[in-house]
Write a protein that binds this ligand. Structure first.
Ligand SMILES: Nc1ncnc2c1ncn2[C@@H]1O[C@H](COP(=O)(O)OP(=O)(O)O)[C@@H](O)[C@H]1O
Ligand SMILES: [Mg+2]
Length: 352
C-alpha cells in the first residue's frame, strides 16, 4: 500500500473539494504543490504533445474515491490523450499523475492491477465470444479457471449481455460491444475506473443502465472518470465535472463564472395565448429577462440568474397563466460547457 504523504491542510482542501459540486480542479497554486492524495486519481500540471500538437497542457484535476467525475470537452480537446496517460498507455511530458498513490509511468503494473480501462474502441479478439473474452481477461488477472468463469457470468448479467454472450464478439452491435468493453474493464473489480466515451453507441435503455451501474460503483467507493460528449447523460451521472478546452482544464473560477452566466429557460403553458399576453404585459418579465422565441417544446426566455427566473414564474402565476413546465432549457453541464467553449474561442481569436 502507498504511504500517506499529505498534510492536514491538504486533507482539508480535499474535503472541501469533495463537497464542491461541478468543479474538481484545485487552483494553480495547489497544482504546483506536492499535494498527492493516496486514493482516487490526482493529476497535477500534466502536459503531453505530439510533435507540434499540444494535446494536453497543464491539466489538473482530482477524482476522489467514491466519486463519478465527468471529463468534458469538444472533439480534439485532449480527453483521450489524458485518459491514455492515466491508463499507463502514454507517458506525460510533464506533471504528476497518481492512481491510488501510484505513478502510471513508473509503476504501471500496480496501476493496472487496481484500474479498469474502457477505451473508446473495443480492441482485438473478434472470434472469441463475449463469455470467452471475459474469462480470458479474468485469467490474465490471475484468476483460476473457475473464478474466471464465475466472474464472467456475473458481468454478463450485470451488463445485460446474456442473450449475446456465446456469439463471436465480431457480430455484436456497437452498443453490445460497448457493454462487453465495460464488462472487461470491470473483471478484476477495480477501485479506479476510466471510461472513454462509454455512452456512445448505446440506446436510451442501455444508457440508463450504464448510468445506474456507474452510480452504484461510485457509491461502493470506486473513483470513476468518464469522458463523454453526451452531456445530458453526464448531468445525471456525475458528482463533479472537469472541463477540457484545447488541452487545458478550466479553473474553478472559470467554471463558476460560466455556470452563473445568463441561460435560456423554457416555459410551457396549457394556454399559450395567455402566456404570450402575460409576457408582453408591462412588469411581468423583469429587467433581467428577455424573450428569445418559441421552439417546438415551448417559449424560450433568457434569464440572468435563478432569482430572476423565480420572479418571472411568480409573475406569470399571478397573471393567471396555467404554467405546466418551467425550467432551464439545457442541463448544467451543457450550459457551462457551451459558455466555456465560447470563451475559449473568443480568447483564441483575441490572441490572433
Ligand atoms: N497519436 C497522435 N499523434 C498526433 N496527434 C495526436 C495523437 N493523438 C491525439 N493527437 C492530437 O491531439 C489532440 C487531442 O486529441 P484527443 O486526445 O484524441 O482528443 P479528444 O479525445 O478530446 O477528442 C488532437 O489535436 C489530436 O489530433
Ligand atoms: Mg477521444
Amino acid at each position: 500500500m502507498p504511504t500517506a504523504r499529505f498534510t492536514a491542510a491538504q486533507i482539508s482542501l480535499t474535503r472541501r473539494l469533495r463537497g464542491m459540486p461541478f468543479t474538481t480542479a484545485p487552483g494553480p497554486s495547489a497544482a504546483r504543490s506536492s499535494w498527492i492524495e493516496p486514493t482516487g486519481i490526482v493529476v497535477s500540471g500534466v502536459s503531453r504533445s505530439f510533435g507540434s500538437v499540444l494535446a494536453v497542457l497543464d491539466a489538473t484535476l482530482t477524482v476522489p474515491a467514491g466519486s463519478v467525475t465527468a471529463l468534458i470537452g469538444p472533439n480534439g480537446s485532449g480527453k483521450t490523450t489524458l485518459l491514455l496517460m492515466l491508463a499507463t498507455l502514454l507517458t506525460p511530458d510533464a506533471g504528476i499523475i497518481r492512481i491510488n498513490g501510484f505513478d502510471p509511468a513508473t509503476e504501471p503494473e500496480r496501476v493496472r492491477a487496481l484500474m479498469g480501462w474502457m477505451p473508446d474502441t473495443l480492441g482485438s479478439w473478434p472470434s472469441l465470444s463475449a463469455r470467452a473474452a471475459l474469462q480470458t481477461t479474468g485469467r490474465m488477472y490471475r484468476m483460476t479457471r473457475e473464478q474466471a468463469a464465475v466472474r464472467a457470468d456475473e458481468l454478463i448479467r450485470l451488463t445485460d449481455l446474456t442473450d449475446f454472450a456465446d456469439r463471436p464478439s465480431r457480430v455484436l452491435s456497437r452498443g453490445q460491444k460497448q457493454r462487453l468493453s465495460l464488462a472487461r474493464a470491470l473483471v478484476h473489480s477495480p477501485s479506479v475506473l476510466l471510461l472513454d466515451e462509454p455512452a456512445s453507441g448505446l440506446d436510451p435503455a442501455a444508457r440508463a443502465a450504464l448510468r445506474q451501474l456507474l452510480r452504484r460503483l461510485g457509491g461502493d467507493g470506486t473513483a470513476i472518470l468518464v469522458s463523454s460528449h453526451v452531456l445530458a447523460e453526464l448531468d445525471e451521472m456525475a458528482d463533479a465535472a472537469v472541463y477540457l478546452a484545447a488541452g487545458r482544464t478550466a479553473s474553478p473560477e472559470q467554471v463558476a463564472a460560466a455556470g452563473a452566466s445568463a441561460r435560456a429557460w423554457r416555459i410551457r403553458s396549457l394556454d399559450e395565448t395567455a402566456l404570450d399576453r402575460a409576457l408582453a404585459a408591462p412588469g411581468v418579465l423583469g429587467a433581467l429577462v428577455m424573450v428569445l422565441g418559441v421552439d417546438k417544446l415551448g417559449t424560450l426566455v433568457q434569464v440572468e440568474n435563478e432569482a430572476s427566473a423565480a420572479a418571472l414564474l411568480h409573475n406569470l402565476v399571478l397573471s393567471g397563466v396555467p404554467v405546466c413546465d418551467f425550467g432551464p432549457a439545457v442541463g448544467n453541464l451543457e450550459h457551462t460547457f457551451l459558455d466555456l467553449t465560447r470563451s475559449t474561442i473568443i480568447d483564441s481569436e483575441a490572441r490572433e
